[in-house]
Design a binder for this molecule. Structure first.
Ligand code: MGD
Ligand code: MGD
Ligand code: MO
Length: 677
């Protein structure tokens, strides 16, 4: 008989779905949405509906393995846990005595959004004295930019947007990447509102919107300044709000003079009439709302782009209107006692920090000491990190000792010296936050661990014992860690207890209905059109509309390339599910017919896409969905599923964004030619 058990989707996605997992004879047989979850309401995405195929994938790693062939080949032999952990201990001790513990680098990201497992390596690597990792690959730039304007605060509850009469989706492919927001936006539309998408291409979301502004990548700040030019010029500004809740309006007013709609049309490619119209609609709306995605921030000037977008609500008082406002992330409300898992107190003072975006550089150039030990978990850097050629060159180094803790024989595993088998969320305990809604949920295992798999926490505890670390944190289980995390005095956690969470249902944080009712989180407590903090760092204190350009390719490669997510994958995850890979189809590059003709490229033809950083092969898809000069590649296919085994991150750069030191995944110049030449 099938029994349904509550669980939570662990993947890196704003929606953090409540799940009902069908279990029969100790096996997961189905995964459905939990209808009792107030935000995700019984729906799951196409990816997670195929979860059993991930848990029981033929590529699942079930035993510790050690490498027997050359790096990259994926030839392994089964070993015992004892041997595996003894080897890790022995190699880390050797590296530490010859090069110092800083020669060891942990590399992890959000393979699981479970707060306990996500952080389970932090105390161990701090205590060991290893290099620290700056986890910037996703939201560092978007957060930094947003926070200059509004501060590090939680933002508009998507559930409240049903009362908005104008929804602007700015650089988010919501239908694919935040799908549970979409029904709320549709409800707003049913009540008379309209949906506008600002995106370089006609993605799934734009094709279902009322209006699509198709801009050149990297020009969002100019577009937002053009809107402000019209709002201020035509006096569609909420003056009471501006004087009470913002600073620097007069300076902003001067700055926006430079951004007339016709000049902004030249920069962005969006017709001046459309810019004017959107500004008027925004100024006239009863409750205008903006959903800022990550897209605008994945540019070299991405921080400034998001900072500028985040100023628009300040001009019209949108944050204080029911149904209006702006959503960046809700994560700030999950204000746990984070020190319980971060354990910065165990770190050695002055230990170096390595930016995860620059893994390629760290593995091939860094010295004093070089990276000699790499410990990868919850991430697949051979696919997801930029400038793959450099990353792979590093992973191939014979003198690098690489440990990978994984569910699957992933691309990164191919380069591992040791592979440690990992439990999935179905097999472990954790507590899950969300960055798209305000519900906290705990999950316990629904099946026993497969094979010899172990959780991240279990492995680091074993290693801590081998190194004779005695701190309590190395000896407490998941539930004790959760109890410690809950020891917070944040008002958002009022009434939230371990016992309540332990029932397994989603629990709403105690966030106010009017999320912006308190001060903004900036130094002045107001929306900062002018930022003294930016001036203090020698940066422009005002928003600046200079577009982002891939300077490494300027003048030689003429096509812009963006690399956003694909509907059927979650970053590089779900490549292993045959059904989803078939649904995703062949890896394609969208090219405007004008650009194709001049390069003698035909529809569906295999093309070589290249720049100085690397090359990859894709099938041409001729389309007018983006402007001439702009190309689009959706999705992170594992290189083994790409023609010539080269992934899309061959073409992306390790250069850091203007704020937050993030990655400019959508800021690339490339050239394309038919593959045969
Ligand atoms: N199906 C699916 N869902 C996912 C993911 C996935 O891989 N697949 N990934 C998850 C993760 S980790 C994250 S962080 C989120 C990301 O979710 P999104 O914010 O949706 O992802 P982005 O890659 O930032 O791309 C968003 C949109 O920005 C557009 N864009 C690119 N450059 C620019 C620009 O310069 N300006 C503007 N205005 N738009 C631009 C892209 O065309 C794309 O449509 O989604 C999560 N959900
Ligand atoms: N070109 C380009 N590159 C991108 C992006 C883009 O838009 N364009 N998006 C970027 C973004 S937004 C992000 S967030 C990063 C994401 O990059 P990653 O965080 O590396 O995300 P995934 O590709 O999903 O890989 C996660 C890996 O962790 C493993 N894993 C999952 N759960 C567990 C667990 O509990 N234990 C262990 N040990 N392993 C587990 C999975 O099997 C999977 O192989 O990629 C970035 N890369
Ligand atoms: Mo992300």
């Amino acid at each position: 008989m099938v029994e349904f058990k509550r669980s939570v989707c662990p993947h890196d996605c704003p929606d953090t779905c409540g799940l009902l997992v069908g279990v029969e004879d100790g096996r997961v047989v189905s995964v459905k949405g939990d209808p009792d979850h107030p935000f995700t309401r019984g729906a799951v995405c196409i990816k997670v509906s195929h979860y059993p195929e991930r848990v029981y994938s033929p590529l699942r790693v079930l035993h510790p393995l050690k490498r027997t062939g050359p790096k990259g080949k994926g030839e392994f032999q089964r070993i015992s846990w004892e041997e595996a952990l003894d080897t890790v201990e022995q190699r880390y001790r050797e590296i530490t005595s010859r090069f110092g513990a800083e020669a060891i680098l942990p590399y992890s990201y959000a393979g699981t959004m479970g707060v306990v497992q996500f952080h389970a390596g932090h105390p161990f690597f701090h205590k060991l004295g290893a290099s620290k990792l700056d986890r910037t690959i996703c939201s560092a730039a978007v957060d930094a930019g947003f926070e200059v304007s509004m501060g590090p605060i939680p933002t508009t509850d998507i559930e409240s947007t049903v009362d908005s009469d104008l929804i602007i989706i700015w650089g988010s492919n919501t239908v694919s990447t935040n799908m549970h927001a979409w029904p709320f936006f549709l409800e707003a539309r049913r009540r008379g509102g309209s949906i506008v998408v600002i995106d370089p291409y006609l993605n799934r979301t734009a094709s279902q919107a009322d209006k699509h502004l198709k801009l050149r990548p990297g020009t969002d700040a100019a577009l937002a300044l053009g809107m402000m030019h019209v709002l201020i010029g035509e006096d569609r500004v909420d003056h009471a709000f501006v004087s009470e809740k913002t600073v620097g309006f007069d300076r902003l007013k001067e700055r926006v003079e430079e951004y007339s709609p016709s000049r902004v049309e030249e920069i962005t490619g969006v017709p001046a009439s459309e810019i004017r119209q959107l500004a008027r609609d925004y100024g006239d709306a009863r409750a205008p709302y903006i959903r800022v995605g990550w897209g605008p921030s994945r540019q070299l000037r991405g921080g400034m782009a998001v900072r500028t977008i985040a100023l628009l609500p300040g001009l019209v008082g949108a944050t204080h209107k029911k149904g209006g406002g702006i959503t960046r992330s809700t994560a700030r409300a999950f204000a746990f006692n984070k020190e319980a898992v971060l354990r910065e107190d165990l770190a050695s003072p002055g230990v170096r920090t390595i930016n995860m975006v620059q893994l390629g550089q760290a593995l091939t150039e860094l010295n004093n000491p070089p990276v000699k030990g790499l410990h990868v978990y919850h991430s697949n850097p051979a696919v997801v990190a930029p400038e793959s050629r450099r990353v792979i060159a590093g992973l191939e180094r014979d003198d690098l000792f690489t440990v990978v803790h994984e569910h699957l024989l992933s691309e990164t595993v191919l380069y591992a010296d040791l592979v440690l088998p990992a439990t999935t969320s179905m097999e472990s305990t954790d507590i899950y936050i969300s960055y798209g809604h305000y519900y906290l949920q705990m999950a316990r295992p629904v099946i026993a661990p497969m094979g010899e798999t172990r959780s991240t926490q279990a492995i680091f505890h074993e290693l801590a014992r081998r190194f004779s670390f005695t701190d309590d944190c190395f000896y407490q289980g998941e539930e004790e860690t959760i109890r410690e995390l809950l020891q917070t005095d944040s008002p958002y956690f009022e009434g939230i207890t371990f016992e309540k969470l332990a029932r397994g249902k989603p629990v709403r944080l105690s966030v106010p209905d009017q999320i912006f009712s308190e001060d903004f989180g900036t130094p002045s407590g107001k929306v900062e059109f002018y930022s003294q903090a930016m001036a203090g760092q020698g940066m422009d204190p005002l928003p600046d509309g200079t577009p982002s350009v891939d300077e490494e390719g300027q003048g030689r490669f003429r096509l812009q390339l963006i690399t956003p997510p694909r509907h059927q994958f979650l970053n590089s995850s779900f490549n292993e599910v045959d059904y989803l890979r078939n649904q995703a189809g062949r890896p394609t590059i969208m090219i405007h017919p004008v650009d194709a003709v001049s390069r003698r490229i035909e529809d569906e033809e295999l093309v070589r896409v290249y720049n100085d950083r690397g090359e990859c092969y894709l099938y041409a898809q001729l389309t007018k969905d983006a402007l001439p000069g702009v190309t689009v590649v959706e999705g992170l296919y594992w290189p083994r599923f790409m023609p010539m085994n080269q992934g899309i991150n061959q073409l992306t750069s390790q250069r850091l964004t203007d704020m937050g030191r993030g990655c400019a995944f959508h800021c690339n110049l490339v050239e394309i030619e038919p593959a045969e030449t």
